[in-house]
Design a protein around this ligand. Structure first.
Ligand SMILES: Nc1ncnc2c1ncn2[C@@H]1O[C@H](COP(=O)(O)OP(=O)(O)OP(=O)(O)O)[C@@H](O)[C@H]1O
Length: 284
């Protein structure tokens, strides 16, 4: 029987940056190091780690917008950074992103309807009426009203505008959405609503997510699997989120302790694991 091809496959992906200076003589930062992972269709992989661990760099590499120094990124079997560029445009429409800051993700002078229609105009040739209908359907799908199409970004709350950004991201029915801290700037109640919306949309539209966050609770809500990053490397993986309490790496324990501070068993683990990590971080 032929093996099922993963939707996304990363093989030994590394990327470094120069720390700065006019002649780029600054310290070399290894943002991602030999990352290998795969994602099946309709699956959600949570990518967690502390600030600067390389999550967003990896997200940009997956989106095809940050060329790695080494390694391959295969999306639906197409190498996003390969020599053969012929299939790239087609696979790009299946790869979308939702960022943390919805207000800077949209043009303040464009209505919500125009923002949502942007990918449709780039990739799908719809008549004026079909575009209006599609935008209206998308707004309803994300829990907004058809009339909201005429509003400008400043007329929405943060949660409502993130729904607009989600509507834009799903407008072409992509196969994969990278959610880069997509709920981090929202208050807890709105976060829960957006996570439920993302979960429902995944079910309804059969999409996959890479969910980048430093918030393990949010990630656990949505993800099937987990990868923990530290200094550009994946240091721990979980194939079943039910095993979340079996995490052992100090970074994982620090993230776990941040969401479960009240439970004594994790406080103890924090003292032996994450606590040590925090102490090491303070002294380094
Ligand atoms: N364009 C760039 N130029 C130089 N250094 C960069 C660039 N982008 C990222 N870095 C560095 O690469 C490392 C990883 O950054 P990255 O933004 O991927 O981490 P992160 O885990 O997403 O962090 P955060 O959660 O704070 O967004 C950091 O040390 C960062 O300073």
């Amino acid at each position: 029987m032929a093996a099922i091809q993963p939707l996304l496959e990363l093989r030994g992906v590394s990327k470094h940056f120069h720390g700065g200076g006019i002649f780029k003589q600054g310290r070399k930062v290894q943002a991602t190091k030999e990352i290998t992972l795969s994602l099946a269709a309709k699956e959600c992989l949570g990518l967690v780690g502390e600030s600067g661990s390389g999550k967003s760099t990896l997200g940009r590499i997956i989106l095809g917008i940050e060329k790695p120094d080494r390694g391959e990124v295969l999306f639906q079997g197409v190498n996003l950074y390969g020599k053969d560029r012929s299939g790239i445009r087609e696979v790009r429409r299946d790869l979308q992103v939702v960022f943390q800051d919805c207000f800077s993700s949209v043009n303040p002078r464009r209505t919500a309807g125009e923002s949502i229609a942007e990918p449709l105009r780039n990739f799908a040739r719809l008549s004026y009426h079909d575009e209006l209908r599609t935008v209206g359907n998308l707004l309803e799908l994300v829990g907004l009203d058809v009339e909201d199409a005429a509003k400008y970004p400043h007329q929405f709350s943060g949660g409502q505008l993130q729904r607009v950004c989600i509507a834009r991201a799903i407008s072409l029915r992509p196969k994969l959405i990278v959610l880069d801290e997509a709920v981090s700037s929202l208050d807890v109640l709105v976060q829960a609503q957006i996570l439920d919306l993302l979960s429902d949309l995944r079910e309804e539209l059969g999409m996959s997510y890479i969910f980048i966050s430093h918030d393990l609770a949010a990630v656990a809500h949505l993800s099937d699997r987990l990868a923990v990053m530290c200094s550009g490397e994946i240091v721990e993986r979980l194939d079943n989120m039910d095993d979340i309490h079996c995490l052992t790496h100090p970074v994982s324990l620090a993230l776990l302790a941040a969401v479960l501070p009240a439970q004594p068993e994790y406080r103890n683990k924090q003292e032996t694991g994450a606590g040590k990590f925090a102490a090491a971080a303070r002294t380094s």
